[in-house]
Design a protein around this ligand. Structure first.
Ligand code: HEC
Ligand code: HEC
Length: 212
């Protein structure tokens, strides 16, 4: 399946674009660009977890009538194939929301209820801080220059943690390097500044990196 093609053609822009020489401007219908509201807990989760890599159009343009199992499978595919930072439990909660809102399931179905309200005793698959940090790393393009365990353009986070692990100023040094950029510490190539990150996001990133 090629969602990008579907996306353009569904808006009748493929033909329009080919027939005229005018520059093609794409305006998506607003009602498909956001997730459909729902009282199910998966609504908020999908907004948070499923829009970091692509818009809700990818969901809107799936065939109607998909079952709970199919939608849960789709959310699971994002996790396994594309590395979306979502826990197994979140896959189920999001799958239930999507199946009711976009598919054939009913909010009153026993399976939907069970998937949406996992028993409170179960520990989440990954600590929330790790999930947040991964989303930040992905959302800010850090992973195009860094990996956890090997050098890419920038140093492996594992090596950063090893270098600063015993330094009491480590957290302050790293938040500052991320915010203002860094040069000359690891090699010839400088790292650009990320001045738009909030103090809290900087803290989450630096803490995560120091634990690798
Ligand atoms: C880590 C990035 C990432 C996240 C997060 C993500 N997706 Fe995707 N998704 C992709 C990629 C990559 C594709 C394939 C794009 C392509 O083929 O052009 C895709 C495609 C899709 C498609 C189109 C059908 C298909 O299987 O290719 C659907 C539906 C979809 N995603 C749903 C979701 C849902 C639901 C979530 C939240 C649980 C989610 N995505 C989160 C990366 C992501
Ligand atoms: C364009 C490539 C690039 C991107 C994008 C990038 N980095 Fe870097 N990063 C580097 C390079 C190169 C260095 C080494 C700089 C040096 O030698 O001082 C570095 C160094 C670092 C260091 C070590 C700094 C120190 O004081 O020793 C940390 C931590 C870091 N990056 C985190 C991040 C985070 C978090 C992001 C995303 C918000 C990010 N990087 C995005 C290239 C990049």
């Amino acid at each position: 399946m090629k969602p990008m093609t579907t996306l353009l053609c569904a808006a009748q822009l493929c033909l329009a674009g080919m027939a005229s020489a005018a520059p093609l401007s794409i305006t998506l219908p607003p009602e498909t660009a956001a997730f459909k509201p729902s009282a199910l807990p998966g609504y908020a989760l999908a907004q948070q977890k499923c829009s970091t890599c692509h818009s809700a159009d990818y969901i809107s343009f799936q065939p109607p009538g998909l079952t709970l199992a199919q939608w849960t499978g789709e959310a699971g595919k994002m996790q396994h194939v594309y590395g979306a930072p979502i826990s197994d439990q979140e896959v189920k909660i999001i799958g239930a929301y999507l199946a009711v809102t976009y598919g054939s399931a009913q909010a009153s179905d026993a399976e939907v209820q069970a998937a949406s309200n996992p028993s409170a005793g179960q520990p989440p698959a990954a600590p929330a801080a790790t999930v947040d940090a991964m989303a930040l790393l992905q959302g800010n393009g850090c992973l195009s220059c860094h990996a956890i365990d090997h050098k890419v353009v920038g140093p492996a986070y594992h090596d950063v943690a090893a270098k600063y692990g015993s330094d009491p100023q480590a957290l302050a040094t790293l938040t500052s390097s991320i915010q203002h950029g860094s040069s000359g510490k690891w090699g010839e190539i400088p790292m650009p500044p990320f001045a738009q990150l909030s103090p809290q996001d900087l803290q989450t990133l630096a803490t995560f990196i120091l634990h690798q």
